[in-house]
Design a protein around this ligand. Structure first.
Ligand SMILES: Cc1ncc(C[n+]2csc(CCOP(=O)(O)OP(=O)(O)O)c2C)c(N)n1
Ligand code: SF4
Ligand SMILES: [Mg+2]
Length: 250
């Protein structure tokens, strides 16, 4: 976190278990698999951000399960964009809002502008637009929901799949040990852009996750939150054990 960010966070009041916001920008009634850790992470992040939020969402599970036409689970402005460009679209929204405020066509306020994607959308195909948005210094928050593979298209490996893991494109067997590359450290890449705020979170520490997302939204300039989100369908685990798969709070 930079010094400017510390300044932006002077008014930050942490959520506690007793003061969790009741607001639900992402409604239930979506079509995620039972026990999906990614949609839980998304719900918690959106609770932390509140209704004054605009979201640009890369394609992937979270886009598919929340927006089956003619229905939607979103109660806030949300746009589905291509796999590779949620950062570009979010920063376009931010720039357009700024121009309209300058011309007096929008009231002067600062909604949360969010770009989001899975690990594939973030670490692989959207990395370039993410890097460009960081470099230009746009005032937005990027949320990466990392379930360690391309789940929406049938559990293919991504560069966030851990060493040795089994996916449909890194199958262990006589000729292969499974995934043979190490997990790409995207938070470190974000940090190397010298942006004001970078954090990692998991659904096992839900209040911590919400506080980090809230902080990211309060900081002026680019912020990045990387959220480990188990996927029972891809990980071959039971839906009811999703949270327990992660290191637990003591
Ligand atoms: C340019 C492009 N390539 C491939 C796809 C197909 N595709 C859609 S979603 C997806 C996987 C998404 O993986 P990830 O970003 O990790 O999100 P998850 O589904 O795991 O939440 C792929 C490969 C696409 N939509 N566009
Ligand atoms: S495949 Fe995994 S990430 Fe996608 S909706 Fe199902 S549990 Fe969630
Ligand atoms: Mg994924």
């Amino acid at each position: 976190m930079s010094n400017n960010a510390a300044n932006d966070l002077k008014k930050f009041k942490p959520f506690t278990q007793k003061t969790l916001p009741k607001v639900e920008p992402l409604a239930y009634g979506h079509r995620a698999c039972q026990g999906c850790g990614e949609v839980l992470a998304l719900r918690l992040a959106m609770k932390a951000l509140g209704n004054d939020t605009i979201v640009a969402s890369a394609t992937g599970c979270m886009e598919i399960i929340t927006s089956s036409f003619p229905q939607t689970a979103w109660r806030i402005p949300w746009i589905h964009v291509a796999f590779e460009n949620s950062s570009a679209v979010a920063t376009g929204i931010e720039a357009a809002r700024k121009a309209m405020m300058r011309k007096g066509k929008l009231p002067k306020k600062r909604p949360n502008i969010v770009a989001m994607g899975g690990d594939g959308a973030t670490a692989d195909i959207g990395l370039q637009s993410l890097s460009g948005a960081f470099e230009r210094g746009h005032d937005f928050t990027y949320l990466c929901f990392d379930n360690e593979a391309y789940m929406n298209t049938g559990v293919q490996r991504s560069s966030c799949t851990p060493y040795g893991a089994m996916t449909t494109t890194s199958p262990p067997g006589e000729l292969s040990m499974g995934q043979y590359t190490w997990k790409k450290n995207v938070p470190a890449i974000a940090q190397a852009h010298n942006i004001p705020y970078v954090a990692t979170a998991t659904i096992a520490y839900h209040v911590d996750l919400m506080n980090k997302v809230k902080k990211a939204s309060m900081v002026k300039g680019p912020a990045y939150v990387h959220i480990l989100s188990p996927c029972p369908t891809g990980w071959g685990s039971r839906g009811r054990r999703t949270r327990r798969l992660l290191p637990q709070p003591r």
